[in-house]
Design a protein around this ligand. Structure first.
Ligand code: AMP
Length: 453
């Protein structure tokens, strides 16, 4: 199994795109799937969203297609929903950034005219929902005879949504000589049957971690409504600084990482804190990690993507400032604390949009992470308009992904927040603190006093 992206012998364009995306090491599914795909095997991958499965089939595809060629598509990625189509499009565009490959997504819900025009202007990769693909094909606007890389993503969902007949039609029209890949979150009988229909001697890879965090790690989950409050909470938790011998703070974005580092530097001094993310040069990243390993600094702030595969043990505290999007990372991260019978603390902050991911993580680790109320004295700020909007959008997307018929509260209502705020208040009971409540101003009744700082 390949442990680094260099091991796959990708070309420079791809390695640069990977570096720019901030990925430092391949995820498990990528380690297992990329080599057999590069060697031309058919493959069946059992992997859920959050494992890095998209890049597992996109990276070898970009490597094989290399550059724009001719008018007709050479790769087809079938997906069940428009949301996934857009997501895969975005991932593919990022990873093919330094090539001239022409990538497009086609799906229902809007007229096919523009999509047909794009196809006619020449494309290399088509990401499509089955219905729209057939529709355009039947209009004779799509020439499929050059397709030789064929992916079905989220096959189980395709089956659930009744796409099997359309998939069969597509299999009839595309060339026989091609490479086939099938990805599915689960391994149902129906998926197995579909796999049998078109995969030839497939390599099977599966990522099902036996993810059980060590018992010496004490996990805690705080529901925190927004970025500013997360900062307030973090600074509050870090008050007892003697406790914290080695801390990693993981964030989702580079901006947040830089922001947080500023606060930490102010509190602990510049000589204690380093930041790593994709915009930092390779040397600066390596230096920071070494200093952290050698205990020359105490605090490392890292973006999720830059921190994958980071091998540092004996960390006393991990703060997931944002919930990790690669769920296996949660387990690795908290595994870094609590080594050699020392106890460690793994603390996760979760806003409303991140609840979706935390639920998946809890499923993966087969544990509920203990929820702790925001302690007294932490100022819970109001959520800024932009942040609120971004979260609402994210929640809409999650709902639509789970149920393609979901219409989306965000786009339909003129003022989604008025309704949403009302509903949120009712739903959440005490998991969030209403910024205007007594509790927010004076702190909660401190049930957990003494339990955790
Ligand atoms: P997926 O499971 O394909 O939906 O990917 C989940 C998330 O992981 C996406 O936000 C990807 O950008 C990110 N991702 C994929 N591969 C890596 C990697 N090797 N390192 C860090 N992040 C990754």
């Amino acid at each position: 199994m390949s442990k680094t992206f260099e091991d796959f012998q990708f070309n420079r364009q791809i390695l640069n795109a990977i570096e720019e995306a901030g990925y430092t090491s391949p995820t498990l599914i990528q380690q297992k799937a990329i080599t057999p795909i590069l060697s031309g095997n058919d493959l069946m991958g059992i992997a859920q969203t959050g494992t890095g499965k998209t890049a597992a089939y996109v990276l070898p595809m970009v490597m094989k297609l290399k550059y724009a060629q001719g008018q007709n598509p050479r790769a087809l990625i079938l997906v069940p929903t428009r949301e996934l189509a857009l997501q895969v499009l975005e991932a593919t565009q990022a990873l093919a950034k330094y090539t001239d490959l022409r990538i497009t997504a086609i799906f229902g819900g809007l007229g096919p005219k523009t999509q047909i025009e794009t196809i006619k202007s020449g494309v290399d990769v088509i990401i499509a929902t089955p219905g729209r693909f057939m529709e355009i094909y039947l209009k004779e606007e799509l020439i499929v005879k050059q397709l030789n890389y064929f992916v079905i993503d989220e096959a189980d969902k395709m089956m659930d949504m009744g796409f099997l007949p359309q998939i069969h039609k597509i299999l009839e029209i595309i060339p026989r000589k091609r490479q086939n890949l099938l990805f599915s979150a689960t391994m149902h009988q129906r998926v197995e049957t579909l796999a049998g229909d078109f995969l030839k001697f497939p390599v099977k890879v599966e990522v099902t971690q036996q993810a059980t965090p060590a018992e010496t790690v004490s996990q805690a989950l705080y529901y925190v409504p927004n970025l500013k409050s997360k900062i307030n909470l973090m600074m509050h938790l870090l008050k007892d600084e003697e406790d914290i011998s080695k801390l990693i703070v993981f964030t989702k974005t580079k901006t947040t990482a830089d922001n947080i580092a500023k606060y930490l530097v102010r509190r602990f001094g510049e000589e204690q804190v380093r930041v790593i993310h994709a915009n930092k040069g390779q040397n600066s990243r390596i230096n920071a990690i070494n200093q952290f390993k050698n205990d020359d600094i105490r605090i490392l702030v890292a973006t999720d993507v830059a921190a994958r595969g980071l091998d540092v043990s004996d960390v006393s505290h991990v703060i997931n400032f944002d919930v990790p999007l690669i769920y296996e990372d949660y387990v690795h991260r908290i595994g870094r604390t609590g080594r050699a019978n020392k106890t460690g603390d793994a603390i996760t902050f979760c806003n409303e949009a991140e609840k979706f991911h935390i639920e998946k993580i809890q499923k993966l680790i087969r544990q509920q992470i203990p929820v702790i109320e925001i302690p007294q004295g932490v100022f819970v700020e109001e959520t800024a308009y932009d942040e609120r909007q971004a979260m609402a959008r994210e929640i809409d997307e999650q709902k639509r992904k789970a149920d393609p018929d979901f219409k989306g509260a965000f786009h339909e209502k003129k003022n989604p927040f008025a309704k949403k705020a009302e509903k949120t208040k009712k739903d959440q009971k005490r998991s969030y603190v209403d910024p205007k409540s007594k509790e927010a101003r004076f702190g909660p009744k401190d049930k957990n006093k003494g339990k955790r700082r």
